[in-house]
Design a protein around this ligand. Structure first.
Ligand code: GDP
Ligand code: MN
Length: 378
């Protein structure tokens, strides 16, 4: 789950990081009023779930309330990398002396959290990462431990931060790490983290993604969800209790069980195909769930065949087959459907599927090969 800048900034502030505050406006008039109440120059910033707002014209400085209104009028409605701006943050403008980058994320291969920092922060950090990766310093932190104070200071020394600013930097690095851990984030990032003209540290941008699998620990985040900014299909799936992730291929997959769903995608790839999605219908495979799954999978125009892979354990194969047949009556599916059904009552299930004119097999390998063949034959 992605947070907007103003939401992430609130969380950072809760962990002690100094941000430049501000208020959210949905109209140019609101932006003007906020700017007036702040008195002095402001920055007006698009609130969208994507970076690179500065370069796309989504961040503007305004010296007067009138300018703030004009800036908001220019930014609201803007399309930034496919994200339409519906609200802006209006915050006091900061006087920047130097811009740094500071971020925390998970390094899966090392099974550690990684803290990344650069003295070349600002809008071009992607370019720095690509062209001068040596300019980004990294430190690893054990997920069961905090970021040690010496590690935070070491990063500051690597970046060449003046001695009298090292302690302040180290404090922010540890606060950011603390926010990342305790809010169950997959990413926490400040870019730019600035030293102001008066020598103070200030987080001028805030980015945070929360691990969806930890959301049950944070009921307070539910209200931060921006339904308009989310992928409608994934939202629909979550509300139906189906785990769904859209991918780029053309074989739609409907599977019971997350592990089997992963294995199914591997089998599709093994036979030269590309899965269009990951989909786990959950424990059972009732007509309702399968019908919803058909709806989710066929919403993707790239899908050219559907592979249903069900292993009947407690779930009975004949019941699943009835569910599939019934679901197909309810949802119009125009692409070929290949079913692999094995386990409890599989034979009976396959008979029912064959009667309904569906290709059914007991072998996952055969079914994957058949689905790839069917997709490429159409
Ligand atoms: P992003 O492009 O989506 O990452 O948006 P940011 O919030 O990081 O803003 C982009 C750039 O705008 C920053 O790197 C700064 O250079 C500039 N900027 C943002 N806020 C201020 C501010 O308060 N004062 C000044 N002078 N520049 C700002
Ligand atoms: Mn930024």
């Amino acid at each position: 789950m992605n947070l907007h800048e103003h939401q992430a900034a609130d969380l950072f502030a809760k962990h002690g990081i100094r941000t430049n505050g501000g208020d959210v406006a949905f109209t140019p008039e609101d932006a003007e009023a906020i700017a007036r109440s702040m008195g002095g120059p402001v920055v007006v910033k698009a609130q969208v779930h994507t970076g690179g707002r500065g370069k796309a014209g989504g961040v503007k400085l305004a010296r007067t309330p009138e300018e703030a209104r004009k800036a908001a009028a220019a930014i609201l409605g803007l399309d930034i990398r496919g994200h339409v701006v519906r609200k802006v943050l209006v915050a006091p403008a900061a006087n920047i002396a130097q811009e740094f980058y500071l971020g925390v994320t998970l390094d899966r291969t090392r099974r550690q959290n990684v803290i990344m920092a650069s003295a070349e922060g600002g809008v071009d950090i992607e370019e720095v990462a690509r062209e001068r990766p040596e300019r980004i310093e990294r430190a690893l932190a054990d997920p069961f431990l905090e970021l040690h104070a010496w590690q935070a200071r070491q990063i500051a020394f690597w970046l060449g931060i003046p001695a009298d600013k090292v302690a302040g930097f180290a404090t922010i690095a540890r606060q950011l790490y603390d926010a990342y851990l305790s809010e169950d984030a997959t990413l926490a990032e400040i870019n730019p983290l600035v030293l102001t003209g008066s020598g103070e540290w200030l987080a001028l941008d805030a980015k945070m993604s929360i691990d969806d699998n930890a959301l049950f620990r944070h009921p307070e985040f539910e209200s931060l969800r921006d339904l308009e900014a989310e992928d409608p299909t994934e939202l629909d799936a979550r509300q139906s209790g189906i785990s769904f992730v859209k991918l780029d291929g053309d074989i739609g997959c409907i599977v019971n069980g997350a592990g089997l769903a992963m294995a199914t995608m591997d089998a599709v790839k093994l036979h030269g195909g590309e899965p269009a999605n990951f989909l786990d219908v959950g424990g059972g495979a009732s007509a309702d769930q399968v019908a919803k799954a058909f709806g989710l999978v066929t919403a993707d125009p790239n899908v050219r065949a559907i592979l249903i892979n069900i292993f009947g354990g407690i779930t009975r194969g004949d019941v699943v087959a009835q569910g599939i047949v019934e679901a197909r009556r309810r949802v119009e599916v125009t692409v070929p459907i290949v079913v692999r059904l094995s386990g409890t009552n599989a034979e009976e299930g396959q008979r029912l599927l064959a009667e309904a004119g569906l290709t059914a097999t007991e072998s996952m390998d055969d079914a994957a090969a058949e689905a790839v063949r069917a997709a490429h034959a159409t």
